[in-house]
Design a protein around this ligand. Structure first.
Ligand SMILES: [Zn+2]
Length: 387
């Protein structure tokens, strides 16, 4: 990877700056030579939160603070595109083209109406740029290594940059588009920000069974996204068909994996809903996210639910009771050791050498209260837990 160090003024970088309102993107700079937000790049985000970030960029420049390094990628002898720094450059361009104002000494100023010395200060501010040339894998490494000021890129944003092409463009139209009417439906199952490529990432992750880079590389020049879209729809349709009650814990579960594992089994949605409700109401179910796979798997693996343990006072009370009667009888205070044949038959374990056990298992209706608690030595408790 070659990287050439260059200095540009703000005026040079922002020359010919155009901002696309519809797409929310800064497009060009350096008199058209520089593509600021190429197709694969995320949208402009610094205008969010009432523009706090873009205002901060201008304030930094006015105070003479550095706004960090910029990285450009050399496309060919004539063209550059921004690898890192698009949000900052777009902030500068938008300010120079009167898209927002900054407050100086309690007065709001648009660029044109600023005192001339301040205008000059901004235009003549020098920005340090590295112009890079390299292969795909070098650029990938580069993206991962550079310390990005402000908003770090999401993994999927980096992958979109590396595998840019017709496939990514089409995929983004569907999966990174907050105007897409399906986004609300998908939001019940997917976590993260659609604009930051979280939904596209899920779609790729599912169809590729976790091998996102390989899939993107293989399909980079495809002119359709049918396979991914069909698979994605199958997963969502299946999940929303089985689980008709939407709960927030459904969001972000590995639905692709669950689909692969369980979609061939029949489920009755109203039975599923009844079980789901009962588990949500069960105080002992600690991990609500585990409810879904627990039900899909036929309610056989309570460890998915992280059933609540006995409280310390309960354990202490049961320990004291068991130990007193064991001592009186001259046997171990672990009831399973006491009926054994080895040396532990008469051993009195300390409290911290024992664990609480459900006499009747939780999954068989046993409660987590003192009447259903016994203390076992750790060896016996583990042996019982593994059954
Ligand atoms: Zn024991």
């Amino acid at each position: 990877m070659k990287a050439e160090r260059k200095i540009y003024t703000v005026e040079e970088i922002c020359k010919g700056f155009t901002y696309n309102e519809a797409e929310g993107k800064g497009l060009f700079g350096l008199s058209g030579k520089l593509t600021i937000q190429p197709e694969y790049q995320r949208n402009y985000l610094y205008a969010e939160q009432n523009g706090a970030r873009e205002i901060a960029v201008i304030e930094s420049v006015l105070k003479g603070y550095p706004i960090g390094l910029l990285y450009f990628n050399k496309v060919d002898d004539e063209h550059l595109e921004v690898l890192d720094g698009q949000q900052r450059i777009t902030s500068l361009g938008r300010f120079l083209t009167r898209k927002f104002a900054v407050t100086i000494n309690c007065v709001e100023h648009y660029f044109d109406f600023m005192p001339e010395d301040l205008q000059k200060k901004i235009l003549q501010t020098e920005l340090l740029v590295y112009e890079c040339e390299g292969t795909e894998s070098e650029i990938k490494e580069w993206f991962k290594t550079i310390n990005i000021v402000g908003l770090p890129l999401e993994e999927q944003e980096i992958l979109n940059a590396i595998y840019c092409g017709p496939f990514v463009t089409l995929a983004k139209e569907v999966f990174s588009n907050s105007q897409n009417a399906n986004v609300n439906k998908w939001a019940a199952f997917l976590k993260g920000n659609v604009k930051r490529q979280a939904y596209l990432h899920a779609a790729l992750d599912w169809v590729s069974r976790g091998k996102v880079s390989e899939y993107m590389s293989l399909h980079r020049f495809d002119t359709n996204i049918k396979e991914m879209q069909t698979y994605f729809d199958s997963v969502i349709d299946w999940a929303s068909g089985v689980f008709t009650d939407i709960e927030k814990e459904m969001c972000g579960l590995p639905w692709g994996e669950l689909y692969e594992k369980y979609h061939k089994q029949p489920y009755n949605p109203s039975d599923v809903a009844t079980k789901q409700r009962a588990l949500y109401e069960d105080y002992y179910v600690k991990n609500k996210k585990g409810i879904y796979e627990y039900i899909l798997g036929g309610c056989k693996e309570p460890k998915l639910l992280e059933v609540r343990c006995f409280d310390t006072p309960v354990k202490e009370a049961v320990y004291a009771r068991q130990t007193a009667s064991a001592k009186a009888a001259g046997v171990s205070n672990c009831p399973l050791c006491a009926i054994g044949l080895d040396n532990n038959r008469t051993r009195i374990w300390k409290l911290n050498e024992m664990d609480a056990d459900h006499v009747t298992a939780w999954s068989k209706g046993g409660a987590t209260d003192i009447s259903n608690c016994q203390m076992l030595c750790q060896t016996h408790n583990r042996a019982k837990g593994n059954k």
